[in-house]
Design a protein around this ligand. Structure first.
Ligand code: GUN
Ligand code: ZN
Length: 445
């Protein structure tokens, strides 16, 4: 797979991306860049060479996807690779869900052969859902991080990940300790951070499963290696928040636990952030950290409703994330549609632009990767997806009746999912293609 080389390819489609932040409610934002029936040219090293209305010369391989949408690949800023195995598990809230379903599934990744197969399956699934970049939790086992990084490197994907840190309140077979974790993280950072399109994220699972000593070690790793990311969970569930307050009585809030250990920075990705207050939001803004809003997971686990309006008012960066397996789909279209509904409950009617921006340019900027991914701009990596606007009779009918671009695109993101994906390209290579429908005759008489 890694042997695949980009060719000089030119794709004809309807191009959509953003030149700025479209805000939350402006359907006519000038930040929306709509270029229908344009050619996107990809150079021989997998970068976008040009976008133009006229076809290029004979030395370009021309691919006609006219009438289809072409967007930057989606960026899923919070997802758990081992949790494909527990997606759609019934009947629990966060803390029970972890103990009942998630920890047993993650324990199986101690086996490197199992972990490698799972990492391959996970990244292929991510691509087949239209996400070309992701911030990922593997498991506590260093080999699970190795497996994920190796699989991402094979596919040329922009992946940010790190071995999970967990030295307490977890089953024996999923616990590390401070000294060994420091050694393992340091080796993984040396092996993977900055290699190709990979970056290392120091990954304390959440404040409940890391001792204060382990959180301090995580902060030391970040201080010692500028450019590392930090990923964790914060303020997701009310019982969890109460538990953190018991475990860290000296901290002002859940978020303050991370602040006290030097974990907040402009490269910090904190999942959920449902139960925050104004002081927390000011701290997030001042540190430049981002919240990964995970609407599907928040609904499925009954965690609560994220206050995007309050976060935006405080200037906090917000991206969108599937949080599989708490979330029930790897599809960012489904995630965005759930995000719309969660915000609608608070009277906040997000435009399609606000949602699509958060999953492309917005996430890229928040990750400090805006000069690599998230837009259809010469010089950026050719990480992109080609989509059918409507699949099936209902979506086709709705699409045919839509007036104007926003109505049409909002219907696409609300009704669409991975079945709308035609192709996903990473670094100028087509890495996922929807199989053509083939009639089956075997076994039929
Ligand atoms: N908090 C700690 N671990 C997890 C996890 O795996 N998923 C979610 N949604 N929240 C968590
Ligand atoms: Zn999570």
């Amino acid at each position: 797979m890694s042997a695949a080389m980009p060719v000089k390819a030119a794709i004809l489609a309807d191009l959509l991306d953003f030149t700025g932040d479209p805000g939350q409610s402006d359907r006519h934002s000038p930040a929306v860049r709509w270029r229908p029936a344009h050619w996107l040219l990809i150079d021989a090293v997998g970068r976008i060479a040009a976008v133009q209305p006229e076809p290029p010369g004979d030395d370009w391989l021309k691919l006609d996807h006219s009438g289809r949408l072409l967007l930057p690949g989606f960026i899923d800023t919070h997802v758990h690779s081992p949790q494909i195995d527990v997606i759609a598990s019934w009947g629990t809230e966060l803390l029970d869900w972890l103990n009942t379903y998630t920890f047993p599934a993650e324990a199986r990744h101690a086996d490197p052969v199992f972990a490698q197969a799972a990492a391959d399956l996970f990244l292929d699934a991510l691509l087949a859902h239209g996400s070309t970049a992701a911030v990922v939790f593997p498991t506590v086992h260093p080999t699970s991080a190795d497996a994920l990084f190796a699989a991402a490197q094979q596919r040329g994907m922009r992946v940010i990940a790190g071995k999970v840190l967990m030295d307490r309140h977890a089953p024996d077979n999923l616990r590390d300790d401070v000294a060994q974790a420091r050694i393992d993280c340091t080796a993984l950072i040396e092996r993977w951070h900055g290699r190709g399109r990979l970056a290392y994220a120091v990954t304390p699972r959440f404040a409940a499963t890391s001792s204060p000593e382990q959180l301090a070690m995580a902060g030391q790793l970040l201080a010692d290696h500028p450019g590392l990311y930090l990923q964790t969970h914060v303020a997701e569930n009310r019982a969890e928040v109460a538990w953190i307050a018991e475990l860290f009585p000296e901290a002002r809030s859940y978020l303050d636990v991370y602040a006290r250990h030097g974990l907040l920075s402009e490269r910090a990705v904190l999942a959920h952030g449902i139960w925050l207050d104004d002081t927390d939001r000011a701290l997030l803004h001042d540190s430049g950290a981002q919240i990964a809003f995970c609407p599907s997971s928040n609904l499925f686990l009954g965690s609560g409703l994220f206050g995007w309006q309050q976060a935006a008012a405080a200037g906090v960066n917000v991206s969108l994330a599937s949080d599989v397996g708490g979330g029930t789909s790897l599809s960012m279209l489904r995630t965005l549609a759930d995000g719309y509904k969660v915000q609608a409950l608070a009277g906040n009617r997000l435009t399609a632009w606000a949602l699509l921006h958060a999953a492309t340019r917005g996430a890229a900027q928040a990750l400090r990767l805006g000069s690599e991914i998230g837009r259809l701009e010469p010089g950026l990596m050719a990480d992109l997806c080609i989509w059918d606007r409507a699949v099936g009779a209902v979506a086709q009918r709705r699409d045919s009746l839509a007036h104007g671009l926003h109505e049409r695109l909002f219907a696409w993101l609300t009704l669409g999912d991975e079945r709308n994906l035609v192709e996903a390209w990473v670094g100028g290579v087509c890495r996922s293609r929807r199989p053509a429908a083939v009639a089956r005759s075997d076994g039929l008489t």
